[in-house]
Design a protein around this ligand. Structure first.
Ligand code: NDP
Length: 401
């Protein structure tokens, strides 16, 4: 028992190979992201009127990486299954890296003298308190943060958290928030590919594993096809870059979203063709809602008169879309994402709850996020938002919630 635990524990110790894999991967992404061509997309208008320009070349970066890895494998330079083989060590290495990056971001953010929305410090500089949960105004006064509030009228006193200091920190022209989420999504796909290769080597490849792999691959590739839509999402517009996002992007996305793959490589699940068809249907319906809703909002922001489902859009106060998916529920895109998450776990059957970690986590996250977004929108759009809520009463699930 003791020896077993020591063995498992030692697998989590960062190794030179895990450090090399992580640094080579991030180095590649930084270079590819900076030099490869891609559509230049202007982000949302920030509170100081500025806009960040994002180079959306994720799909090209991914395609080139897959070609390079294929060449490396073909020439026997590397083995793709090394990623799955070093899974635990890679996980701990990435965790340590995320902590280091968050600490650096914290220090740099506190020292920042910038006045612009992207780089000015949005918090106090007290490390413990900035990592803590909500601080009440009284507590803030106690720690003399009032001075800071006077200098920064838009400073959100009630949300001093572990969310980070600066909105859009960047290094050598690379926007770190956009970079980390790209690294996480691509990392998830690469981990999955490595698990797939390993299961074909160990002969554990079956229909369930292939369906899981297919759905996740379509989802991640779709993310990069529509990468520009990311520029109008909550994470990019509203979240500061701190431990929550760095850890979430680099560790949480690749290592927890792939639990089903790890699980299927250890557990055999037989699916019949009807189960596979039903699973495929959940994926397709989820995808149509998820992509359709996000696309409608994106198109509406670009052109508020563009037709929705073939008819002129219903618009409230000239700003909020209230037809199409956005007339069904106020966050129909979350509903689509939840169905997709479920479709990634259904190939694992009903033997264990472990492979359902992702849909359960996503449910909690999106319900929490919807509440936060609701508060933000109600503050931003005031009576217009109240009118939208009257017209579209459902938050996520029509007739349920
Ligand atoms: P949204 O894309 O829904 O963005 C919310 C913003 O959209 C609001 O703050 C508001 O911003 C604008 N908005 C809201 N309602 C309307 C409306 N009726 N008309 C026009 N604009 C509106 O949320 P997220 O950024 O959270 O999510 C984006 C996608 O990413 C979702 O599909 C979600 O499921 C997915 N996601 C996936 C996660 C995962 O772990 N798999 C995690 C988080 C998100 P504004 O002020 O600009 O008007």
């Amino acid at each position: 028992m003791g020896a077993g635990l020591t063995f498992v524990g030692s697998a989590f110790v960062p190794s030179w190979s895990s450090v090399t894999i992580l640094l080579a991967y991030l180095g590649y992404l930084a270079i590819a992201g900076s030099v490869l061509p891609g559509k230049l997309v202007a982000g949302a208008v920030l509170s100081d009127g500025s806009r960040i320009i994002y180079r959306c070349n994720g799909l090209l970066s991914l395609s080139l990486l897959v070609v390079l890895l294929g060449l490396g494998v073909g020439l026997n330079f590397i083995s793709l299954s090394v990623i799955a083989d070093s899974g635990p060590a890679l996980l701990s290495t990435t965790l340590v890296f995320s902590i280091l990056v968050s600490l650096i971001l914290h220090v740099v953010g506190c020292k920042s003298r910038h006045k612009g929305s992207s780089l000015r410090p949005h918090v106090t500089g007290n490390f413990i308190h900035d990592w803590n949960k909500k601080l009440k105004t009284s507590l803030i006064r106690k720690y003399k943060f009032v001075l800071l509030r006077k200098r920064q009228p838009s400073f959100e006193m009630y949300r001093i958290t572990w969310f980070g200091i600066q909105l859009n920190p960047h290094v050598l022209g690379v926007d770190l928030k956009f970079f980390f989420v790209r690294a996480g999504m691509m990392g998830w796909l690469l981990l999955n590919l490595s698990i797939l290769l390993k299961s074909s080597q160990t002969r554990s490849l079956n229909l369930a594993m292939m369906l899981y792999q297919l759905f996740c691959a379509l989802y991640t590739i779709d993310y990069f096809v529509y990468e520009e839509y990311m520029t109008s999402t909550w994470d990019i517009i509203a979240e500061r870059l701190g431990f929550m996002l760095v850890f979430g992007d680099l560790v949480w996305i690749p290592f927890t979203f792939s639990i089903q793959g790890w699980w299927l490589s250890e557990n055999k699940v037989e699916m019949n063709k009807w189960e596979a068809l039903a699973n495929g249907l959940v994926f397709v319906v989820g995808y149509c809602i998820f992509r359709g809703a996000n696309k409608q909002k994106h198109d509406f922001k670009k052109n508020p008169t563009a037709p929705i489902w073939g008819a002129p859009p219903k618009v409230i106060g000239g700003k909020l879309l209230a037809s199409g998916y956005w007339g069904v529920s106020r966050h129909c895109n979350y509903l689509g994402d939840l169905l997709l998450a479920l479709s990634f776990s259904l190939p694992c059957g009903a033997i264990s709850i472990i492979p359902y970690f992702y849909p359960i986590y996503l449910f909690v996250l999106l319900v929490w996020r919807e509440r936060r977004d609701e508060a933000r929108c109600s503050q931003k759009y005031k009576e217009t938002w109240a009118e939208y809520c009257r017209l579209v009463p459902w938050r996520i699930f029509p007739y349920v919630y």
